[in-house]
Design a protein around this ligand. Structure first.
Ligand code: HAM
Length: 417
């Protein structure tokens, strides 16, 4: 038997109500903050992620699904590992950088990363994300965080902890970089080969290396917050003041550096307890240089993305359940060929009237039809035979209390609504 590819998963019908609840709540919350939905292609030119996400990141170096484009030989394309770079490309390409700002966009997308699968980490996964463009104010950062916070609350997850940090800007980076190089050089021999190379190319990336030894060494590394330029320090202070004003609780956590190269200044994560190692349900930050990095004009931005599977895990851990599929309002059972055709017709008419109705499609006996109606939890059943067709009247039976009443078929829709 052919099985699904490692690291992918099916979302079976009984799981769909939870997915839809999350997606619909996300859409409602984002819309309330003025974010508009955007959809971009599943694959992009590889160069976009190399330049946007960054050549020295784990995502670009180890995790991308990259292949040659059959439709344009020689061109390398990549299944999107995330949404931010694609959306930056789309707004540049559509000339939206000169729109009235802020530009506020959200998306619900599948992403692809070739990581070792485990609970909460898959190779195809789904994100809800927002991007807020065109302003550098701490109020924009706070608003972005407020969207994530509001969504988590509306999903019934108010206890997920917000961690924030600032990783500075190109102005303060050189100083910080020098401090990191000095610190990590003393441990060079112990670092993994990738991080030994990163010591020369991008020492900041050593801070989020997944190797346990590098991770341990990184714990003693200099902290970005101690190396911020005055403008970044002010920005960070402005964000903490705005979050305080909004009543959003947070912890300043200097270990949050994020694994993607486009971030500047604010970075943040929401971390859920009790869902295992993959506990970051949401990650985001500011990326003031991204649009320029991929060939567009300068347009500062801030955003986040949440992993939908991890949200579901957090909801399960918190005992939150979403109502499942609604049962049919009516099951029309039939006896004989003419009645079976009439049942089909009647079901169609009632469905066109907006009711969820089932009738027999597999040729079951009357007894088996009634058993099936019970199994699927129909609110009412109706039995059609030759007599009912002739009189245009039938017995409507409530499955809840077995009460029966005779009803004219043309009054059914009215009765059931
Ligand atoms: P990220 O931290 O790479 O950031 O991913 C965001 C979230 O996606 C994670 O916190 C996690 O919940 C989920 N996620 C990531 N990888 C996986 C995986 N392999 N399996 C399941 N869930 C996963 C970004 O993607 C940025 N684009 C976020 C952003 C938007 N920053 C600014 N704007």
């Amino acid at each position: 038997m052919i099985q699904k590819i490692k690291g992918t998963f099916d979302i079976m019908p009984e799981e769909i109500p939870t997915w839809r609840f999350i997606e619909e709540t996300a859409r409602t919350v984002a819309t309330r903050y003025g974010f508009d939905e955007i959809r971009t292609p599943t694959f992009e030119a590889t160069e976009l992620f190399r330049r946007g996400v960054g050549d020295t990141t784990d995502v670009v170096q180890k995790e991308m699904y990259t292949f040659l484009d059959r439709g344009n030989e020689g061109r390398s394309i990549t299944l999107r590992p995330e949404g931010t770079a694609s959306i930056a490309r789309a707004i540049i390409e559509h000339g939206r950088c000169s729109d009235a700002m802020p530009l506020k966009l959200f998306y619900i997308i599948s992403c692809f990363r070739c990581e070792a699968p485990q609970a909460g980490r898959s190779r195809e996964f789904y994100q809800f994300g927002t991007e807020l463009y065109g302003t550098e104010t701490p109020a924009a950062d706070a608003t972005s965080i407020a969207v994530a916070d509001a969504l988590l609350r509306e999903l019934g997850l108010p206890n997920i902890k917000l961690h924030i940090n600032s990783i500075g800007c190109p102005e303060c980076r050189p100083n910080y970089r020098a401090a990191l190089v000095e610190y990590f050089s003393a441990h060079e021999a112990e670092l993994c080969p990738t991080c030994q190379a990163r010591l020369k190319t991008n020492p900041l990336r050593i801070l989020d290396c997944k190797s346990p030894i590098c991770h341990k060494i990184a714990e003693g590394a200099p902290r970005t917050l101690d190396h911020l330029c005055p403008a970044c320090a002010d920005h960070h202070k402005g964000l903490t003041e705005a979050l305080d004003a909004l009543g959003i609780t947070y912890e300043v956590d200097t270990a949050i550096v994020r694994g993607l190269d486009y971030y500047t200044r604010t970075v943040f994560e929401f971390i859920a307890e009790g869902i295992g190692a993959q506990s970051t349900v949401c990650g985001g930050g500011r990326y003031d240089g991204l649009t320029e990095q991929i060939g567009g004009p300068r347009l500062p931005g801030i955003g986040f993305a949440m992993g939908i599977t991890r949200l579901i895990m957090a909801m399960e851990a918190a005992g939150i359940t979403v109502p499942g599929k609604q049962p049919p309002k009516l099951y029309i059972a039939s006896l004989g060929a003419a009645a079976s055709m009439k049942a089909l017709q009647l079901a169609e008419a009632l469905r066109n009237d907006g009711l969820y109705v089932e009738c027999d499609l597999v040729g079951r006996s009357l007894k088996a039809q009634m058993k099936y109606a019970n199994k699927i939890g129909a609110d009412y059943t109706l039995i059609l035979g030759d007599n009912e067709i002739e009189t245009g009247r039938a017995m409507l039976r409530s499955m809840k209390d077995s009460a029966q009443e005779e009803i004219a078929l043309e009054e059914l829709a009215e009765k059931l609504k």
